[in-house]
Ligand binder design. Structure first.
Ligand code: ACM
Ligand code: ZN
Length: 773
């Protein structure tokens, strides 16, 4: 009797305790990315406990359950069980339904048990990934977290992907990434229900896959002369006899392990073996693969244009490539082999007797048709092994191989054309899918390739273009994010560029188009970022950064500053006059008009406190603002700034040299006369400049300042010299020339162009602004 009363009492206590704690869950509390197709909340919740078991009927389910159990154990300290016998309560059961599609799943969470239903491995995996995201963020911890209730709301989810192909490409050539990073990336892809990892294993700067028949591909081709201290495109060409020390490659055993691991996460690894261009490393190893047997070194950095390409005339080239692919196809069970095909400059083919003979024999009109012959021939071989060929959209030129799948990267046009011709397409336009682009204000970001593809822009991507017919749309298999690695020397940098943009890509490729909503996505993102914190992923916070876009109103001598970040209704606050951001800051609502020199600081606020990096901008008025400028040599047509007064418009050029503020000169010096319109007392001239050696932009090598009262006779009042120095960054610099206070009307400034880069190329001189004080 006593015992009974005790049980009744404790049961009541548990009911009360849990009633007291259970708040009503709404859809806003569910943060799953990518958003499921259909989700309905029901009453109550399911509590995981130390005795929750997983009911499985086969080994495949058991392995999936065990992987989940391992994750759970790290965070909770509980070692859950699998069983083949269904208990009465407190279990997760796997049910097979052959009517569902491959990656589809249903999840029913009841108070006392969870049912997951799928056709097989992929669907069960995704159901478990969804449960993981329904659990508190602490589930990602690799240490036991106390004080966490491991429960999820009662609900039903029906979910399946919009596209069958949901990919990420890692470029292992420009910088090498090893097996452990690739496997970590596989986990992160699966977490977002992505299902393809495309490995770019060959490019000019490194051959990354062991080929047993051609050992020099990795003995020679995987290593380059270390010029990592020089910006990518400014690296000098190398002597073929100099031994490479920087690089690496994956052995066939390692690649087989990666493929096997990826399969457990429903990820297909697609290997890319570039041809006929982007293969300097192979030619460095085997010069006979090129038209003229030219000896070259593995390039340490950028190569453009790419003229050292495989000879399309010699039979031995095709023999080599078939032998390489024979080994590749044994390692990768994927139905696809990617053969690259992009960016071949075919000048050698025009001159090569072998290539010319091939064109004659095959009745080919031009070298584009010769490339098409090359690709079609490789396709025939690949098809003969029951595989399919993928190529970049250049494979459309000169005629598409009959069965080829096109990866559309130079915009969506290639995809539109290929789908019109009845070919399958993977959409990966650089505008939305190139993760080597900047994702935040360029002045704040680590050096990147260029471009600007913030998180919100990735989210706007759609693989199906409006102009497509329903028939064409059926050929769009999906999309892919590409991380080219010229500017990605470390795994940390790789993570920074991939996350969280991959989350936006995942939702684009998985969730129904109608369900996509940016504002809603931004409310679910913080939970994912918290998970990434636990997982130690160096994701970017750039989407939160406050950035300014400013316009100058020279007539009224004022600047209008618009502040924003990527999030709707962000609480942005600012201060002027170099004050500190704190309680006295002003909430930003509308553009700020600035009429005198000031320092503007702004930040995102959360719960009345500044969070993240503070945005700072110095807005400097000076005596030449809005005055007339006369250039001895006009600025370049492509870099006209925002008009004739760009150098005296108060607004400053940023590290984004396409920002519309910079004026630039190619080889020429800049010589400008500023008419101050009346005699003014001045003692300093500042010349703003940019250096980005990778883009051929160099600081001036000298600056001279002259003054005059009549605009005819000038007196030199100051000069500085700055000889060329290697610079591995993109850098903004103010060159300041001070002199004795003088009353003048005209100021002449001459900035000297470097003229020729160390690589022997014409060099650019970029200037903005010239401040006279
Ligand atoms: C490419 O970006 N060259 C495919
Ligand atoms: Zn040739």
């Amino acid at each position: 009797m006593i015992k009974f009363k005790y049980i009744l009492f404790t049961t009541l206590m548990i009911v009360f305790a849990s009633c007291a704690k259970q708040k009503t869950v709404t859809e806003k509390d569910i943060h799953i990315i990518p958003k499921p197709v259909e989700l309905k909340l029901t009453e109550g919740r399911f509590d995981f406990t130390g005795t929750t078991s997983f009911v499985v009927v086969n080994d495949e389910q058991k392995h999936l359950a065990e992987s989940f159990i391992n994750t759970f154990e790290k965070a909770s300290g509980w070692k859950l069980n699998t069983t083949t016998k269904k208990p009465n309560t407190n279990f997760v059961s796997f049910n097979i339904d052959n009517n569902l599609s491959k990656e589809e799943y249903k999840l029913v969470v009841n108070k006392d048990h969870i049912e997951i239903t799928a056709k097989g491995h992929a669907g069960f995996l995704y159901a478990l990934e969804t449960i993981r995201q329904l659990l508190p963020e602490q589930i990602e911890s690799n240490k036991v977290v106390s004080n966490t209730d491991w429960h999820i709301p009662a609900l039903t989810i029906q979910d399946k992907p919009r596209f069958v192909y949901r990919g990420l490409m890692l470029d292992l050539s420009r910088h090498f990434f090893d097996k452990s990073y690739i496997e970590a990336t596989i986990d992160r892809l699966a977490m977002l229900k992505m299902n393809v990892l495309h490995l770019h294993l060959v490019d000019d700067q490194g051959w990354r896959i062991e080929i047993k028949k051609y050992p020099k591909l990795t003995e020679v081709g995987a290593w380059r002369v270390d010029q990592e201290d020089v910006i990518w495109n400014a690296r000098l060409s190398v002597d073929p006899d100099e031994k490479g020390t920087y690089g690496g490659f994956l052995t066939q055993e390692e690649l087989k392990d990666i493929v096997k691991y990826a399969a457990t996460k429903n990820i297909e690894i697609i290997p890319e073996i570039e041809m006929p261009a982007h293969v300097s490393c192979a030619i460095a190893a085997y010069p006979e693969l090129a038209c003229f047997n030219q000896r070259i070194g593995v390039p340490s950095g950028g190569v453009w244009p790419i003229t050292d390409i495989y000879c399309a005339g010699k039979e031995s080239t095709f023999e080599f490539l078939q032998n390489v692919l024979d080994e590749v196809m044994v390692i990768f069970p994927s139905q696809y082999i990617h053969i690259g095909g992009d960016e071949a400059t075919k000048t050698n083919w025009e001159k090569c007797p072998h290539c010319q003979k091939r064109m004659q024999d095959e009745g080919l009109e031009n070298v584009r048709e010769l490339q098409s012959y090359f690709v079609k021939r490789m396709e025939k071989y690949i098809n003969s092994k029951d595989k399919k060929l993928i190529g970049w959209d250049e494979i459309l030129e000169g005629g598409l191989a009959p069965e080829a799948t096109v990866m559309s990267w130079r915009g969506t046009e290639g995809g539109i054309e290929a789908s019109q011709q009845g070919h399958d397409v993977i959409m990966t336009p650089q505008s939305h899918c190139y993760f080597d682009h900047y994702q935040g204000p360029q002045n704040e970001e680590p050096l990147a390739f260029g471009g600007y593809t913030p998180l919100s822009k990735v989210y706007q991507f759609d693989p199906v273009v409006d102009a497509m017919s329903p028939e064409q749309a059926k050929h769009i298999l999906g999309g892919q994010a590409n991380l080219w690695a010229e500017y990605i020397p470390t795994t940390q940098q790789s993570e920074y560029m991939i996350f969280p943009r991959l989350a936006a890509m995942a939702e684009v490729l998985w969730s129904p188009k109608e369900a996509r909503n940016w504002d809603d996505f931004t409310t679910r993102l913080p939970s994912l970022l918290e998970r990434y914190d636990y997982l130690g992923i160096n994701y970017s916070k750039s989407a939160y950064l406050v950035a300014a876009s400013s316009t100058a109103d020279l007539e009224h001598k004022q600047v209008k500053v618009v502040l924003k970040n990527e999030f709707p209704n962000a609480d942005i606050r600012y201060v002027l006059d170099d004050k500190n951001l704190g309680e006295q800051s002003t909430k930003y609502t509308d553009s700020i008009a600035i009429k005198e020199t000031t320092i503007l600081k702004a930040s995102l606020f959360k719960e009345d406190k500044p969070v993240g990096k503070v945005f700072t901008d110095t807005i400097q008025f000076h005596k030449a603002v809005g005055n007339t400028l006369n250039f001895k040599t006009p600025y370049n047509e492509n870099y006209k700034g925002d008009g004739p007064l760009s150098l005296v418009n108060i607004l400053r050029g940023s590290k984004n040299f396409h920002d519309g503020q910079w004026q630039a000169w190619l080889v020429d010096d800049m010589e400008v006369v500023i008419d101050l319109e009346k005699i003014q007392s001045i003692n300093q001239v500042t010349v703003g400049s940019l250096e980005n050696q990778g883009s051929g932009i160099y600081f001036p090598t000298a600056i001279k300042v002259f003054i005059s009262n009549d605009g005819i006779s000038y007196k030199e009042v100051g000069a500085i010299e700055r000889p060329f120095a290697i610079n591995s960054n993109s850098e903004l610099k103010d060159f300041i020339i001070s002199f004795e206070k003088s009353n003048v009307r005209f100021v002449k400034v001459i900035a000297s162009n470097l003229k020729k880069s160390p690589k022997g190329e014409d060099s650019w001189l970029f200037v903005d602004e010239i401040l006279v004080e």
